[in-house]
Design a protein. Structure first.
Length: 229
């Protein structure tokens, strides 16, 4: 997880903590807007790759796929609904959504469903592992692209930063707590449904995501961050 810099600290970090209007007024939209949407589309593709790999999902996606057993919605549709529910939690935290925030809530889910419609689940273990590892790496690339566009945090990232600011706890601790909570809820829902999909939702892919997504995103972020005046 990246640390956002305050305006005026550009010499230390090219990431700025801008309000929604300032994000749009900061310029370079000809690069930033395409980069934002490419990143969000790839984020959805990476989710679909991990779903088809059936070797474990990211913590929030464990919850998303668990909810599909209880509501007549696809995983992408569940992701969109959960994203907007999370945005409601921003209100007491006084977080301000940007264009990237709202786009994140919609585009990732649509992209995930579109990819799942054309991507078959392989049977070979090597192919499943390749999809899972590729999904984790692609998710890091996608995250670096959309964060680097500097057009607003995603709903879940904003919940994390808002809670960290309100509680005084570290981002690392808040993120860990949130992800443990959502993966536990997701697994509980899957087990209550007879355990259907539990093995595919939590596995080596979950571990790879937990260990790799932060370092990989941090590695790729400098090249993807659009510097603003």
């Amino acid at each position: 997880m990246t640390t956002l810099a305050r305006p005026g600290s550009l010499s230390r970090s090219p990431l700025l903590d801008l309000g929604p209007v300032a994000q749009l007024r900061a310029g370079r939209l000809g690069r930033r807007l395409p980069q934002l949407y490419v990143g969000l589309v790839l984020y959805g593709v990476s989710l679909a790759m991990m779903v088809r790999g059936r070797l474990g999902l990211a913590p929030w996606d464990v919850l998303h796929i668990a909810l599909t057993h209880y509501v007549p919605l696809s995983i992408g549709e569940v992701l969109v609904v959960v994203s907007f529910l999370v945005l409601l939690l921003w209100i007491p935290l006084r977080e301000s959504p940007g264009l990237g925030t709202v786009s994140n809530a919609v585009v990732v889910g649509v992209s995930a469903d579109a990819t799942l419609a054309v991507l078959d689940a392989p049977q070979a273990g090597a192919a499943r592992l390749a999809l899972t590892v590729g999904g984790v790496v692609l998710c890091a690339v996608a995250g670096a692209l959309y964060i680097g566009a500097q057009l607003g945090r995603g709903p879940r990232d904003g919940l994390m930063t808002g809670l960290a600011r309100r509680t005084g706890l570290s981002l690392r601790l808040v993120r860990t707590g949130l992800e443990l909570a959502v993966v536990s809820l997701g697994l509980a829902l899957l087990m209550a449904h007879g355990g259907t999909g539990a093995l595919g939702a939590l596995g080596v892919g979950t571990v790879l995501y937990a260990l790799g997504i932060g370092p990989l995103t941090q590695l790729m972020l400098p090249a993807c961050t659009v510097r603003l005046a």
